[in-house]
Design a protein around this ligand. Structure first.
Ligand code: SF4
Length: 386
């Protein structure tokens, strides 16, 4: 089975008012941080049992804003990962890009370094919506970023789109999709705006967002977006993700398959050898701990802050949460192979109840959400979790 590597790049030029991801403003410690991340990559690779043909299938540089720091730091880390782990030829290597920090030179450097997939944080092509979201780029900047990436040789381009933003219209969102298509975008990730506790948006819109954007309106946009994407050959394959044929995200697919993956960097979370682990949400703490890492000296003290051993039972209980998000759903034969149990024997009650409500379909060896089930995914999944 292939493995996967996630790298967290926790630097942003400015914190967006709705963002709940771990990142810090500014770039004062980027050089130290990437040196530490290289040390972590070497340490993880040292402890990894593999042969030369069996390197990871995907590497994903997420954030934060990986395109914000100096590109030589990011590309240097990719080089260290590639050399240490022996990345498979043809592996999917993704970097998240923010239009406000991309330059022609950076795009070319990323391509040369081996990145072959980009995920662009467009969010919207309406200047009003971008202003509401507090983004640093405008619509023209986002369009230019996609063109710059194409000119640099990227053919596998994904764009993020946020819906449910106050002041956004359905017509505007659908126009954004049409524009993505003409720009050659092959993958679209759509997210409904959610209020994360502790963010500026949470304080601003708490108890109010549903009045400004009623849930039924948000759901109507969600389904219209999926239909428009599908009409353009960008086929929904997961609750929030759609892709042209051959352009699904292999990396994200690994999470939904319950595969194991390494995590590098502050605030990152990994899953290897049946253990879930994570690093503290702190650049300073990460640098402090990793500075004590010596080559060949094993993992430094304080390297891991969360550890949860996942038994086969735990993995089986979590599996519907991962698979019901996908268009394939739970495949009965795959489930049996993975866990040695019949999915109907384990989750029979949840399946029966949700099939009778019209929220699930149980057909041809697959259990998956129906079109109306997409609107109640969380409730259906809760039934499976018991
Ligand atoms: S650029 Fe992305 S990661 Fe950074 S604050 Fe904005 S939404 Fe969050």
């Amino acid at each position: 089975m292939g493995r996967h590597i996630y790298v967290h790049n926790p630097f942003c030029a400015r914190k967006c008012p709705y963002c709940g991801f771990y990142s810090e403003e500014g770039s004062s410690r980027t050089a130290e941080y990437y040196r530490c991340a290289e040390a972590e990559a070497r340490l993880l690779a040292e402890g990894d049992i593999r042969d030369a043909d069996d390197g990871p299938d995907t590497v994903y540089f997420g954030g934060g804003t990986p395109s914000f720091p100096d590109s030589s730091l990011v590309c240097g880390l990719l080089k260290t990962i590639t050399e240490s782990f022996g990345i498979r030829p043809g592996a999917e290597i993704t970097i998240e890009i923010n239009p406000s920090s991309l330059t022609k030179e950076k795009a070319e450097e990323y391509r040369k370094a081996g990145f072959n997939r980009v995920s662009v944080g467009v969010q919207s092509l309406s200047d009003d919506v971008l202003r509401t979201l507090g983004r640093l780029h405008d619509s023209q900047g986002a369009i230019e970023a996609i063109k710059t990436l194409s000119r640099a040789g990227f053919t596998n381009i994904s764009a993020d789109l946020i819906t449910g933003v106050p002041g956004q219209t359905m017509e505007g969102v659908l126009q954004d999709i049409d524009r993505f298509v003409t720009l050659g975008v092959k993958h679209v990730s759509t997210y409904s705006l959610t209020l994360e506790e502790g963010t500026a948006f949470y304080a601003r819109y708490k108890d109010r967002l549903e009045d400004i954007v009623p849930p039924e309106e948000e759901r109507a946009v969600y389904h219209a977006v999926r239909r428009r994407l599908e009409q353009n050959g960008i086929i929904p394959y997961e609750i929030s993700n759609s892709a042209c044929e051959g352009f699904r995200s292999v990396h994200n697919g690994s999470y939904w398959n319950g595969s194991e993956y390494f995590a590098i960097g502050a605030g990152s979370h990994g899953f290897t050898n049946g253990v879930r682990y994570g690093h503290a949400d702190s650049i300073d703490e990460y640098i402090r701990v990793m500075s004590g890492a010596l080559p060949g000296g094993g993992l430094p003290e304080g390297f891991i802050y969360v550890e949860e051993e996942m038994t086969l039972e735990d993995r089986m209980a979590e599996y519907p949460f991962l698979r019901l998000r996908t268009s394939e759903g739970i495949e009965a034969d795959v489930f049996e192979k993975k866990f040695g149990r019949d999915v109907h024997e384990v989750f029979g009650d949840a399946i029966k109840a949700n099939v009778s409500r019209g929220l699930l379909e149980d057909k041809d060896g697959r259990i998956r959400l129906t079109e109306s089930g997409l609107d109640f995914a969380d409730a259906v999944i809760r039934d499976f979790m018991g």
